[in-house]
Design a protein around this ligand. Structure first.
Ligand code: 13P
Ligand code: SF4
Length: 357
């Protein structure tokens, strides 16, 4: 099957910031911060909701304090199941926004509200809405990595762990799809499902860095390694994968496959969880910079890197100071529908799997 071509559009050029260099903390300083955060979480009846790409110290703290470390689908679900008044989302902005849309009555905080995502930035709501208006015959499916306003204009929201079954379901019903914003994930989904998909031309600045020739060389050096690839990566990289999937699927592969060595094409933050579950397995980052190539992100999301113990403590100490997510209620009421549709679909799918088992 041929690779679908994304539509031609002049997208805004985004400036990719350097990942912040947090001052190195000694053990005593770290422990002090951890104790302070734990105390504040209790005082504020707050819970941590962290993504697999954030710093390992934050992932550990989330687990220790009864929060969660998860992919973007599970993060959305977890927040909605909590009694806590406050959700503290360690990740990027769209994750905090999704939590707020699903839980408008809760306070949702983030260590840094400027932690954005290149996919979100490359899909401005006005341009996107005009594009949808030109294709009224298509079902609008957007990746969770988008703003609340873009979600509000969609029929379905999907994450990487549920995109394939949802698009397959729509294709089986004969629906044609308008997909945004990740062209690589969209192209992967199109090839797997055979659906008629119109692709928005966005990309993730982290996954787009993976280099296929360098990966081929690395595979020759480690012929027994399994190659794990997140589907935001370019087609030539995805083609070389033994497993393509969401962050959760890649972690599960390391824990469950018999291989001793894995080449991993996704953000390096994921290694913390992989090491925790399979401490004796060898994990090799997939190459991001071939000879002479530039590397803007080097397999670590510069926005995920804006989350650290230091600003998490400050967030809980001083929530009113630029840490709280606010969503226009009218946008929230529209955006919740396609997100809830995804969550309901995921629940039905799990129930059907449990009955089959
Ligand atoms: P997951 O939903 O697989 O965790 O991916 C989110 C993301 O932003 C990957 O870059
Ligand atoms: Fe966005 Fe890519 Fe960062 Fe994920 S890794 S949050 S897709 S820029």
């Amino acid at each position: 099957m041929t690779t679908p071509t994304p539509i031609k559009l002049d997208l805004p050029r985004i400036a990719v910031p350097k990942a912040p260099q947090w001052p190195e903390l000694g053990d005593a300083e770290k422990e002090q911060l951890r104790t302070r955060i734990k105390r504040l979480l209790k005082e504020r009846n707050a819970v941590l909701v962290a993504h697999y790409y954030v710093d390992g110290d934050l992932q550990a703290l989330a687990e220790e304090t009864g929060g969660c470390v998860a992919d973007s689908l599970e993060m959305a679900r977890f927040g909605a199941e909590q009694d806590a008044d406050t959700l503290v989302v360690c990740g990027v902005r769209f994750m905090g926004e999704t939590s707020k849309i699903l839980n408008p009555e809760k306070r949702v905080l983030m260590p840094d509200l400027n932690a954005t995502c290149s996919l979100d930035e490359e899909c401005p709501a006005d341009l996107f809405s005009a594009f949808c208006d030109q294709h009224p015959d298509r079902t609008v499916v957007v990746y969770a990595n988008t703003s609340a306003t873009v979600k509000a204009r969609s029929d379905w929201v999907v994450t990487s762990s549920i995109a394939l079954p949802i698009v397959r379901h729509l294709h089986e019903k004969g629906e044609k799809i308008l997909w945004a914003p990740d062209k690589h994930l969209g192209s992967y989904v199109q090839k797997q499902t055979g659906a008629d998909i119109l692709l928005w031309p966005g990309a993730c600045v982290v996954h787009e860095e993976f280099k296929s020739f360098a990966l081929e060389r690395l595979r020759r050096l480690h012929p027994d390694a399994a190659v794990l690839v997140h589907p935001e990566s370019p087609d030539e990289v995805v083609k070389q994968a033994d497993v393509v999937g969401s962050t959760t699927a890649l972690i599960k592969a390391v824990a469950e496959m018999d291989n001793r060595t894995f080449i991993v094409a996704t953000d390096e933050g994921i290694f913390w969880k992989m090491h925790q579950l399979a401490p004796d397995k060898q994990l090799i980052p997939a190459p991001t910079a071939g000879a002479g190539a530039t590397c803007e992100s080097c397999a670590h999301c510069p926005w995920m890197a804006r989350n650290a113990l230091q600003n998490l403590a400050e967030t809980l100490e001083n929530p009113a100071a630029h840490h709280e997510i606010h969503i226009d209620p009218a946008i929230g009421r529209r955006a919740v529908k396609p997100i809830q549709r995804m969550l309901d679909f995921a629940r039905k799918q799990e129930t059907a799997k449990a009955i089959d088992a």
